[in-house]
Design a protein around this ligand. Structure first.
Ligand SMILES: *[C@@H]1O[C@H](CO)[C@@H](O)[C@H](O)[C@H]1NC(C)=O
Ligand SMILES: *[C@@H]1O[C@H](CO)[C@@H](O)[C@H](O)[C@H]1NC(C)=O
Ligand SMILES: *[C@@H]1O[C@H](CO)[C@@H](O)[C@H](O)[C@H]1NC(C)=O
Length: 366
C-alpha cells in the first residue's frame, strides 16, 4: 500500500503487482451528450479524444465541437504495461530504485544509461519505452474507432510523482501523440481532476470569458472533494480542495494500492472481509487530514460504484468524521463511472485546445 500525505512525509511500502489476468476487451462505443457544450465554437474544431490510462488498461472518449461525447474502445495493457504502471502509481522507476544511494554504482549505471538512451533517440528508460509502445497501440485503435487521423489527444493518468515526469514526457514524445496539455509542467491531466470536470465541477460556463472565469473559480471557496477509484488492478482514494478543475496542486492526501483492485477481491467470506477492512483503513487514513467533511464525492474506475465498495467507503468516512455520505454516493449510476475520467479529460482537452486556438497564450491554471 502506498499512502501519502502530500503536505507531510510520504509513506511508501512494498507492493505486489498482479499481472496474470489479461482479459481481451471488446469494442464498446456509445453516444451521449457532453458537459456544457461550447456552443459558440464557430468553425468545426477537430474532436478531442480523452484517454484514461489506468494501471491495467486505457479507455477513451471523444468530445466533438458540438458537445457530443462518444465513448470509444477500452484497450487492455499487457503484463509489462500493468507492471510498469503499477510501479509508477507507487512512485517507483529505475532511478528511484537504483539511486537510493546517489553514490552507488547502480545509480551511476542507471543515470548513464538514461543519457545514452536519450542521445540514441530512444525513450529515456525501459519503462518509458513500454508506455510509449502501449500508447502507440492505443493511438491506432482510436484512429480506427474515429475513422481517421487523430493527432491531438488529452491523456489522463493517476497521480504520478514528479520524478516520473521525464519518463512520461519521453513516452509521449515517442508515441507520436500530441497532448492538449503539452505546455504544462506535466503533459497530462490528473485522473481526479478529469473526473471532477466530468461531473461538471470546476469548469467555466460556456459563454464566459475563459480567463476571468478562471480567476473566479480560483478565488471561489474551494470544494472539499473525496475521490475514490476502484478498478480491476487498483484501488485509490484521495482528498482535495478544488476550485478550478485545471488546478493540479489540489490533492492533499492520497493512497493507492495495486493489491486492492477488484481482481483481488476474495470470494470467501473471511478473506473478503479482510480485504474490505484494508480498504476501510486506507480510506480512513486519507480522510483523517481532511479538516471538514467532503461536500463532493467522486467515484470512478470500472467498479467505482460497486455497492459493497460504497458501503465500505461510507463506513470509513463516518468513522473519522461522523458524517454520512450516503446521499452523495447514492446518486451515482453504475454505468457512469468507467468512462468518467476519459470524458472529463476530453472536455478539459477540448477547452485547452480552444484557448490555444483563440491565441490565449496565458495558461488558465497558472
Ligand atoms: C455532433 O457532431 C457529431 C459529429 O459530427 C455528430 O455525429 C452528432 O450527431 C452531432 N450531435 C448533435 C447533437 O448535433
Ligand atoms: C496529423 O498527423 C498526420 C500524420 O500522422 C499528418 O499527416 C497530419 O498533417 C496531421 N494533422 C494535423 C492537423 O496536424
Ligand atoms: C476487468 O475484469 C473483468 C473480469 O476479469 C473483465 O471482464 C473486464 O473486462 C475487465 N475490465 C477492464 C477494463 O479491463
Amino acid at each position: 500500500m502506498k499512502l501519502l500525505n502530500l503536505i507531510a512525509v510520504p509513506l511508501v511500502s512494498a507492493m505486489v503487482v498482479r499481472t496474470q489476468e489479461q482479459v481481451p476487451i471488446v469494442d464498446d462505443s456509445k453516444e451521449r451528450i457532453g458537459i456544457h457544450p461550447l456552443r459558440e465554437a464557430r468553425e468545426e474544431s477537430a474532436p478531442i479524444v480523452g484517454i484514461h490510462f489506468t494501471t491495467s488498461y486505457a479507455i477513451a472518449s471523444a468530445r466533438y465541437h458540438n458537445g457530443t461525447m462518444r465513448d470509444l474502445s477500452k484497450i487492455a495493457g499487457d503484463a509489462q504495461y500493468t507492471d510498469t504502471m503499477s510501479r509508477w502509481a507507487n512512485g517507483e522507476n529505475d532511478i528511484s530504485r537504483d539511486c537510493k544511494d546517489i553514490e552507488s554504482p547502480q545509480c551511476r549505471r542507471s543515470t548513464a544509461e538514461r543519457s545514452q538512451r536519450r542521445q540514441a533517440g530512444l525513450p529515456i528508460s525501459h519503462d518509458a519505452e513500454i508506455l510509449s509502445v502501449f500508447m502507440t497501440k492505443v493511438h491506432a485503435v482510436i484512429e480506427k474507432d474515429m475513422g481517421g487521423p487523430i493527432n491531438v489527444t488529452a491523456p489522463a493518468f493517476p497521480w504520478l510523482s514528479p520524478k516520473l515526469w521525464d519518463d512520461l514526457k519521453s513516452a509521449i514524445a515517442h508515441s507520436g501523440l500530441l497532448s492538449t496539455r503539452r505546455h504544462g509542467a506535466i503533459p497530462v491531466y490528473r485522473e481526479a481532476n478529469a473526473a471532477y470536470a466530468a461531473r461538471g465541477y470546476g469548469l467555466c460556463e460556456p459563454s464566459t470569458n475563459c480567463i476571468s472565469c478562471t480567476e473566479t473559480l480560483h478565488s471561489k471557496k474551494a470544494e472539499t472533494v473525496l475521490y475514490l477509484n476502484f478498478d480491476n488492478s487498483s484501488m485509490s482514494v484521495g482528498a482535495m480542495r478544488a476550485g478550478s478543475a485545471f488546478d493540479d496542486r489540489a490533492t492533499f492526501s492520497y493512497g493507492t494500492d495495486a493489491k486492492l483492485g477488484w481482481w483481488n477481491l476474495p470470494v470467501f467470506e473471511v478473506p473478503r472481509a479482510k480485504f474490505w477492512a484494508q480498504i476501510h483503513e486506507m480510506i480512513m487514513a486519507v480522510v483523517q487530514p481532511m479538516a471538514r467533511p467532503p461536500n463532493k464525492i467522486i467515484l470512478f474506475g470500472e467498479h467505482g460504484a460497486d455497492d459493497e465498495f460504497k458501503e465500505v467507503a461510507k463506513a470509513a468516512v463516518w468513522e473519522v468524521l461522523e458524517f454520512d455520505v450516503d446521499m452523495m454516493m447514492g446518486a451515482v449510476p453504475k454505468e457512469d463511472v468507467a468512462y468518467l475520467v476519459a470524458r472529463g479529460a476530453a472536455e478539459m482537452g477540448f477547452r485547452d485546445e480552444e484557448l490555444m486556438r483563440q491565441g490565449l497564450a496565458l495558461r488558465r491554471d497558472e
